[in-house]
Design a protein around this ligand. Structure first.
Ligand code: ADP
Ligand code: MG
Length: 748
C-alpha cells in the first residue's frame, strides 16, 4: 500500500515538474512579449521624439496625438496584463509552500521590476510629451513670430520700393520653393513613418493576439495546475491519513511491545532474583559438590582398576551362576522328562485300567416327531449304576452293562465331559478313535455333529484342542489339521476335495516305516472355530453331492473327521504326532430279507462287512490277539494306526428307547456288550471284579476259555435274550459271505 502510494507520489511529482516547466515557459513567454512590447514602445517613443524633433508641423501633431492614444491603449493593455498577472499570482499563492511557488514569487518579482521599469518609461514618455508640448508651444510661438514678421515684412514691403519688393518676393519665392521642397520631403517622410506606424500597429495587434493566446493557455495551465494541485492535495491527504494510521499502528505496536517487554523484564527480574537466591543457596552445595567432585575424580582415577577387578569378579560369578543355572536347568529338564514319562505312564496306566477300548451307550430321548403310538413306548430303564440299562420287552427285562450309560436327558456337554480326557491325550501324541454306532435315527449324528446351537463331539473336540494349544503355547508349538472323508460301498472319498467323487487309495508309506497314508487326502490347517465351521460346511456340501437326501446317504456311509495334532516341545525339541478320528458310522440296522436287492443289497453287504470288521478288530485288539484283521474293511484298514498300539478307542453306542426299535436296540447293545466284554487282562478284570462283584454272573468265561471260542477272544456276558451263534458262523460273516445284517452279530 505504502509502496503504491509512494509510486503515485513520484508520478505526481514528475507531472508537477513538467507542468511547472510548462508554466515557466508560458510565464516567460508573456514576460518576453512584455519586454518586446516595452522595447517597441521605447523605440516608438524614440521614433516619436525623433519625429517631434524633426517635424514642427501640424501633421506631426496629429501623429503625436495618434501615438499618445496608442500609448494610452498600450498602458491599458499593460494594466490588464498586470491585473491578470496579479490574478495568476493570487491563484498560485495556494502553492506558496512548494518550490514552484518560490519560483513564481521570483517571477512575480521580476514582473514587478519590469513594471517599475515600465513606470519609469511611462514617466519618460510623459516628460517627452511635455517636451513635445513645449516644442509645439515654441513652434506656435515661432509661427506667430514668423507671421508677425511676415506681416511686418508685408507692411515694410508695402512701404519699400518695388525693387526691394521684387527682391524680397523673389527671395520669398526662392525660399518658398525651398520650403515647399522641404515640406514635400517632410511629407514623404511622414508618409513613410505612417506606414511604419501601420506596420508597427499590425505587429502590435499580432503581439496582442499572441498575448491573449498566451493568457488563455496560461489560464488553462493554471486550471490544470489547480487540478493537479487538488489531486496532489488529495493524495497528500490520503498519504497523510495512511501515514497517520501507520503511525498510530506503529505507536500502538510500540506501546504493546513496550508493555510486553516491561512485563517480560519484570518476569526476568523476578527470575533473576530467584536465580540469585538459588545461587546463594547453591553456593554451599556447590562447595560440597566440588569437594565431592574432587573425591570422585580420585575415585574415577582408580575406577578402571576397580572396574576391572569388579568385572573379573562379576564374570567369575556369572560363569558360576550360569554353570549353576545350566546344572539346575538340566536337572529340571531331567525332572521334567521324568515327570512327562511318569505322566504318560500314569495316563497309560489309567487308560489301561479303564481299558484302551471303552464302550459307552447313549439313549436318545423320544421326541414329538416320533408320534404317540403304542410302538413309541419307552422300553429302556436305568438304575443308580450309571453303567447299566434294562430293556423290557414282552414281559422280559434284560440288563446290559457298559462302561457308561447316558440317559435321554444327558446334555451334549456331559457326553463330551466323558470323552474329553481322550481327546486331550491326542496332543500328547496318542491316536484316538471315537465311533458313533447305532441304527439310523438313534442319534449318532446328533452326538458327533450336533446342531449349531448345541454342537456335538466334533466341534467341541476341536475347541478343546484350540484351548489346549493356546495353554501349552509357552512350551509347545502345536499345529492342528483336519481332513474329512467318507467310506461308501467300501470306497474312500475325500470330502474336502474339489471333486469328491474321486476315489482315494490307502497305501503303505514308501519310507518303510509300515505306516499307512492316503495320497490326495486333503488336510486343512485350522486355528479358529470359524475355520472349523468352514471345513465342516465344505464336507457337508460335498457329502450331499450325489444324493437328494443327505440323511439317506449318511445312513449308508461312514463319515470320518480326522484331526491331526503335531507338536514340537520348545524346551526339549521332542516331536509328537497324535491323531483323533471321529467317525459317524453308517446305520447298523438290518435290511429286510425280501426288500434287499440291487444297489441297496450291495450297500447293506458293505455296511455289514465293515461294521463286522470293526467289531472283529476291536475284539482282537482288546484281547491282544497276534493277528488283527485290519484289512477286512476299508474302515479298519484306514484306521489301523489309530486302533493299534497304545491307541485309544471309544465306542458310543446310540440306541432308541422306543418299542418299535427294540430289535435294533438290542442288536446294538449286544454289539456293545460283545466289544466291551472282550478280555482285557488280569488287572482290569480284577478291578472290575472288585467294583462290580455283582456282575460276576456275566463274566462266566476266563480269557483262555474265551480264546478257544474262535479267532476272536470274546466273552458272552449279557445279551442272553438273543441266541448265541457259533464261531463258524461268525467266521462266515467276517468274510462277508452273508448278505444281510447277521443275526449272529449280537451273539459275538
Ligand atoms: P442318526 O445320525 O443316528 O441317524 P440323528 O442324529 O440324525 O440320528 O438323530 C435323529 C433325530 O433324533 C434327530 O432329529 C435328532 O435331532 C434327534 N436326536 C437324537 N439324539 C438326540 C438327543 N440326545 N437329544 C435330542 N434329540 C436327539
Ligand atoms: Mg446320521
Amino acid at each position: 500500500m505504502i509502496s503504491c502510494l509512494q509510486e503515485d507520489k513520484v508520478r505526481l511529482q514528475e507531472e508537477l515538474n513538467a507542468t511547472e516547466s510548462q508554466r515557466q515557459a508560458l510565464s516567460s513567454s508573456p514576460q518576453s512579449q512584455l519586454e518586446g512590447l516595452e522595447v517597441k514602445l521605447s523605440d516608438q517613443t524614440q521614433e516619436l521624439n525623433k519625429l517631434c524633433s524633426e517635424l514642427g508641423t501640424t501633421d506631426l501633431e496629429k501623429h503625436l496625438e495618434i501615438l499618445v492614444l496608442e500609448n494610452d491603449r498600450l498602458k491599458q493593455e499593460l494594466n490588464g496584463c498586470q491585473l491578470q498577472l496579479q490574478q495568476l499570482r493570487n491563484s498560485l499563492s495556494g502553492c506558496i509552500s512548494c518550490e514552484h511557488s518560490k519560483e513564481n514569487t521570483l517571477l512575480h518579482k521580476q514582473v514587478t521590476d519590469l513594471q517599475l521599469e515600465l513606470g519609469e518609461k511611462v514617466q519618460l514618455l510623459t516628460e517627452l510629451e511635455q517636451h513635445l508640448k513645449d516644442v509645439l508651444q515654441e513652434k506656435t510661438d515661432r509661427e506667430e513670430r514668423l507671421n508677425k514678421r511676415l506681416r511686418d515684412c508685408h507692411l515694410a514691403l508695402a512701404k519699400q520700393p518695388t525693387s526691394s519688393v521684387k527682391y524680397i518676393t523673389k527671395k520669398v519665392e526662392v525660399e518658398s520653393s525651398r520650403t515647399k521642397q522641404d515640406l514635400e520631403e517632410a511629407q514623404a517622410r511622414n508618409h513613410y513613418l505612417q506606414e511604419q506606424i501601420a506596420v508597427q500597429r499590425r505587429l502590435l495587434a499580432d503581439q496582442e493576439q499572441q498575448l491573449q493566446d498566451s493568457w488563455r493557455t496560461s489560464a488553462q495551465l493554471q486550471a490544470q495546475i489547480m487540478m493537479y494541485e487538488a489531486e496532489l492535495e488529495q493524495t497528500r491527504g490520503e498519504m497523510l491519513e495512511t501515514f497517520q494510521a501507520m503511525e498510530d499502528e506503529k505507536n500502538q505496536a510500540i506501546e504493546e511491545v513496550f508493555l510486553q517487554a516491561r512485563s517480560e523484564m519484570k518476569t526476568v527480574h523476578e527470575n533473576l532474583n530467584g536465580v540469585r537466591m538459588n545461587l546463594l543457596s547453591i553456593q554451599p552445595a556447590l562447595k560440597t559438590l566440588t569437594s565431592d567432585y574432587n573425591c570422585l575424580k580420585n575415585h574415577v582415577r582408580d575406577f578402571p582398576c576397580l572396574l576391572q577387578d569388579a568385572v573379573n569378579q562379576t564374570k567369575r560369578e556369572i560363569y558360576q551362576a550360569v554353570e549353576e543355572a545350566q546344572k539346575t536347568n538340566q536337572d529340571l529338564l531331567r525332572k521334567y522328562k521324568r515327570e512327562m514319562q511318569l505322566r504318560k505312564k500314569c495316563h497309560n496306566e489309567l487308560v489301561r485300567l479303564r481299558g484302551n477300548i471303552r464302550v459307552l451307550c447313549r439313549v436318545r430321548p423320544i421326541t414329538l416327531e416320533d408320534g404317540t403310538g403304542l410302538d413309541t413306548r419307552n422300553i429302556i430303564s436305568f438304575d443308580d449304576d450309571d453303567g447299566v440299562l434294562y430293556v423290557t420287552h414282552r414281559g422280559k427285562t434284560t440288563m446290559f452293562e457298559l462302561d457308561k450309560v447316558f440317559q435321554p436327558h444327558a446334555l451334549q456337554a456331559e457326553v463330551f465331559q466323558e470323552v474329553q480326557a481322550l481327546i486331550t491325550s491326542c496332543i500328547d501324541g496318542y491316536n484316538v478313535c471315537i465311533f458313533a454306532y447305532g441304527q439310523t435315527g438313534s442319534g449318532k449324528t446328533y452326538t458327533m455333529e450336533g446342531s449349531p446351537e448345541d454342537p456335538g463331539i466334533n466341534q467341541r473336540a476341536l475347541r478343546l484342542l484350540f484351548g489346549e494349544v493356546a495353554e501349552r503355547s509357552a512350551d509347545w508349538d502345536l499345529t492342528i489339521t483336519v481332513s474329512m472323508a467318507e467310506i461308501y460301498n467300501e470306497t474312500l472319498r475325500n470330502l474336502l476335495a474339489k471333486d469328491p467323487s474321486e476315489k482315494l487309495e490307502i497305501k503303505l508309506s514308501p519310507d518303510g516305516s509300515g505306516q499307512l497314508y492316503v495320497p490326495g487326502l486333503i488336510q486343512i490347517r485350522v486355528e479358529s472355530v470359524d475355520d472349523i465351521n468352514k471345513v465342516f460346511e465344505l464336507g457337508r456340501v460335498n457329502r450331499a453331492t450325489d444324493f437328494t437326501n443327505v440323511n439317506e446317504r449318511s445312513s449308508r456311509s461312514h463319515a470320518l473327521l480326522i484331526v491331526s495334532v503335531t507338536g514340537v516341545n520348545l524346551t526339549s525339541g521332542v516331536r509328537t504326532t497324535g491323531k483323533l478320528n471321529l467317525v459317524d458310522l453308517a446305520g447298523s440296522e438290518r435290511v429286510g430279507k425280501s426288500g434287499a436287492e440291487g444297489p441297496r443289497l450291495r450297500e447293506a453287504q458293505n455296511i455289514n462287512k465293515s461294521l463286522l470288521a470293526l467289531g472283529d478288530v476291536i475284539c482282537a485288539l482288546r484281547s491282544k490277539q497276534p493277528y488283527i484283521p485290519f484289512r477286512n474293511s476299508k474302515l479298519t484298514y484306514l484306521l489301523q494306526d489309530s486302533l493299534s498300539g497304545d491307541s485309544k478307542t471309544l465306542m458310543m453306542v446310540q440306541v432308541s428307547p422306543m418299542e418299535k426299535n427294540v430289535n435294533e436296540t438290542v442288536c446294538s447293545l449286544k454289539f456293545a456288550q460283545r466289544v466291551r466284554s472282550v478280555e482285557l487282562g488280569t488287572m482290569v478284570r480284577r478291578a472290575e471284579k472288585q467294583d462290580y462283584s455283582s456282575r460276576q454272573d456275566y463274566e462266566s468265561e476266563s480269557p483262555s476259555t474265551a480264546a478257544q471260542q474262535g479267532r476272536l477272544n470274546i466273552s458272552h456276558s449279557g445279551g442272553s435274550v438273543v441266541g448265541k451263534t457259533t464261531a463258524g458262523k461268525r467266521r462266515l460273516m467276517a468274510s462277508g459271505e452273508v448278505n444281510h445284517r447277521p443275526a449272529a452279530l449280537p451273539a459275538l
